[in-house]
Design a protein around this ligand. Structure first.
Ligand code: ADP
Length: 706
């Protein structure tokens, strides 16, 4: 697509640079070269963006919201090129000819949009899309039919499922008695009218984050089908910087098994490995008004289908051509304003109207705001929105003039109940939380914690206000990727029956690979983490000399803040042969550490869910964690009297308590090995799959759309 000129901010509106609270390193999926997140001073970038004359030259040519309502004819040249070859080539061609306007005019003069689309779709790759679309039709038709028959049919279906009455009963008893009675009587005939979650509901604080009622496993696949659009900024294996990427990959897959039709909408970053980019198919394009002055932008849709999930990538080189998804807020704010609106416009354009739009983190937080403002007159308005908080620390805050300009949102949303924070800033996450029909976060404990001042990252009052629609659903891990029995990155595969022997072999080979003393009897502690302030590394750094007793080895894998990287490098030198600091991002090494270590350290200051402790347990590696967020919800502390539990825990954020937890682990390991071994097997046996959580999400979808 044509690369448009950067928009610049005039001196007057030049944004004040805010420190990006915490930097993330990006690891594009396998085979991708690790891309470091630019932490460069933002001034330069700010200077680059000046909103002035150029804005006029880029005067919006097209339909207001884009999409179906007025899909502009994409430049014929560009379309043809895009349809024939991978995007890049098309973009270059189009850019070279300067583009959008001229070609558009030409195209418009020649034929209406639809015709242009047809030309494009007639080209090779498009055939596939058409076929796919045709294949999708029956499903859609069925869905529509189902929707028309709602809710009676839906309820009937549920009722005819294997154990419907029980399911209904179970749900009913969890609710108020009156409702329960009502439901019981109507369960066989009519869908129970559950009160939709409303913003205006009174504050119920933590009470609302009680476990989501669960429908029994066997009834689930018989629950009514729901279509869900996932909107987020990263997704394994295309691009991943942390847990969000894992969830965006694994949850849609798990939802497909729960009778959901899922489409994942992502930015088409340049850093996505070519092996995926080349398989994407052009699905269409249009111009979209974005900014307050009506400036419009190109939106391309590239599609990739995998494992039953449809991935639609929003293509625009101006926003997504950095080597990294996140750069700095000056660039990221316009980028994700654009992305949020383009995602909705793309759904509209494809005429794919989901029951649920499930948004993730601040990068997609404006979606519910757009939906309830600029998209109210589109078909999409029937969709319910969910916003999931994966990490409250990142919120997308910038001054109001900048966000107002880039988002093009109406003035009334810049009030203190929606986007406004402090005196002159706007907070994109806050706006999304206000407008979403439901809010989830990735563990029940974190759902409660974020309503307190300590964990609330200044949004605690806002979250308390909206607590009626907030709940926690813990993450799982994808057993296709994380399975020690089949994991081809391991030296030796193993399962619960041979873990004790095979783990020793993995440990020995890990020691050999990392240049540590090869000794079965040493207690190996792993740490796989972003090296940032969130992860409790100051505690680790302060007690490490006390941990190094001649019988212990420590293996660190991570990148992040310079001071932590240097600290761990220093310890490697100080304890040669017993400490190994791998300051890098390396998937294979991570897998080998999970398999070869005896214990894994996760002493986080806060942890929304945490995946490393889950992976560790599944690999028979005992977690040592701080009791916060998802760590608290997933690791049951070892009880020496009952000989039960999954790991070692400590509560307050204190170095002494972390040391104590490590020492308790060592004591069990060295003095009661049989108890340790039993814990290893218990951990491997624990159900950490996505299935349970996916069911909870499905229940939430059903609650919202009954
Ligand atoms: P967060 O999202 O806060 O970074 P999570 O525990 O939710 O933390 O997810 C971390 C994910 O990133 C895990 O899959 C972990 O294995 C992976 N990971 C973190 N650091 C590295 C690294 N240096 N090399 C390989 N994988 C890493």
């Amino acid at each position: 697509m044509p690369k448009e000129k950067s928009v610049k901010l005039s001196d007057k509106s030049k944004p004040t640079v805010k420190p990006v609270t915490e930097e993330r390193k990006v690891e594009p999926a396998p085979k991708a070269v690790a891309v470091e997140r630019k932490a460069e001073p933002v001034k330069k970038e700010a200077a680059k963006k000046e909103v002035t004359a150029e804005v006029k030259t880029e005067k919006a040519v097209t339909a207001e919201i884009a999409g179906k309502t007025a899909p502009k004819a994409e430049p014929a040249v560009a379309q043809k090129a895009m349809a024939e070859k991978p995007v890049k080539a098309a973009e270059k061609t189009a850019a070279a000819e300067n583009p959008v306007k001229a070609a558009e005019k030409k195209a418009a003069a020649e034929k209406p949009t639809k015709a242009a689309e047809k030309t494009a779709t007639a080209a090779k790759p498009a055939k596939a899309v058409e076929k796919k679309a045709a294949a999708e039709k029956p499903v859609k038709a069925a869905e529509k039919k189902a929707a028309a028959e709602k809710p009676a049919k839906a309820a009937e279906k549920t009722a005819t499922a294997e154990k419907p009455a029980k399911a209904a009963e179970k749900k009913a008893t969890a609710e108020k008695p009156a409702k329960a009675a009502e439901k019981k009587t109507t369960a066989a005939k009519k869908a129970p009218e559950k009160k939709a979650i409303k913003e205006s509901e009174p504050v119920k604080a933590v009470e609302e984050s009680k476990p989501v009622e669960e429908t029994p496993a066997e009834a689930h696949n018989a629950t009514p089908r729901r279509s869900v659009a996932f909107i987020g900024s990263e997704c394994y294996p295309f691009v991943k910087t942390g847990g969000l990427g894992d969830v965006m990959y694994a949850l849609p897959k798990a939802l497909v098994k729960q009778n959901c039709d899922v489409k994942v909408i992502l930015p088409k970053y340049k850093c996505i490995p070519w092996e995926y980019q080349e398989k994407m198919v052009y699905r269409g394009s249009f111009q979209m008004d974005l900014c307050a002055d009506g400036r419009s932008f190109y939106v391309g849709i590239m599609e990739y289908v995998w494992d039953g999930v449809v991935y639609d990538f929003i293509d625009n080189e101006e926003f997504f051509s950095d080597g990294n998804p996140y750069t700095n807020l000056v660039d990221d704010i316009p980028k994700y304003c654009y992305f949020a609106k383009a995602a909705l416009a793309a759904l509209n354009y494809m005429d794919w109207i989901p029951d649920i739009i499930h948004c993730h983190d601040w990068q997609a937080a404006l979606v519910p705001v757009y939906l309830r403002t600029q998209f109210v007159n589109t078909k999409l308005t029937t969709a319910k929105t969910i916003l999931t908080i994966h990490n409250l620390r990142f919120q997308g805050i910038y001054d109001i003039p900048t966000i107002r300009y880039w988002s093009g949102l109406p003035d009334h949303v810049f009030n203190k109940d929606v986007l406004k924070v402090k005196y002159k800033d706007a907070n994109m996450l806050k706006g999304g939380l206000a407008y979403a029909n439901a809010i989830t976060t990735v563990s029940q404990t974190y759902a409660g914690e974020i309503q307190s001042a300590y964990y609330g990252e200044t949004l605690d009052a806002h979250l308390r206000y909206h607590s009626g629609k907030l709940r926690g659903i813990v993450n799982g891990i994808d057993y296709d990727i994380w399975n020690p029995d089949t994991d081809d990155r391991l030296y030796e595969n193993y399962n619960i029956t041979n873990v004790l022997d095979k783990k020793k072999e993995n440990k020995r080979k890990l020691q050999e690979e990392l240049g540590l003393a090869q000794d079965d009897h040493k207690f190996v502690i792993g740490l796989v983490s972003r090296l940032t302030n969130q992860k409790g590394l100051d505690l680790v750094a302060s007690i490490l000399p006390k941990v190094m007793d001649g019988h212990t080895q420590v293996v660190v894998l991570g990148t992040g803040d310079r001071n932590y990287e240097d600290t761990f490098r220093y310890y490697e030198g100080a304890y040669k042969g017993d400490v190994c600091s791998n300051i890098m991002y390396d998937e294979t090494r991570a897998h080998r550490i999970y398999a070869g270590a005896d214990a894994l350290l996760v002493p986080s200051r806060f942890e929304p869910c945490g995946l490393t402790q889950l992976i560790a347990m599944h690999y028979g590696t005992v977690p040592i964690v701080r009791e916060t967020g998802g760590l608290k919800d997933t690791v049951e502390p070892y009880n020496m009297y009952s000989n039960m539990g999954n790991g070692f825990t400590f509560d307050r954020y204190e170095a002494g308590l972390l040391l104590d937890a490590i020492n308790r682990a060592k004591t069990l390991y060295f003095e009661s090995r049989w108890c340790w071994d039993e814990m290893v097997q218990r951990d491997m046996d624990k159900d950490l799959s996505w299935e349970k959580s996916a069911k909870q999400y499905k229940d939430l979808y059903l609650d919202l759309t009954r």
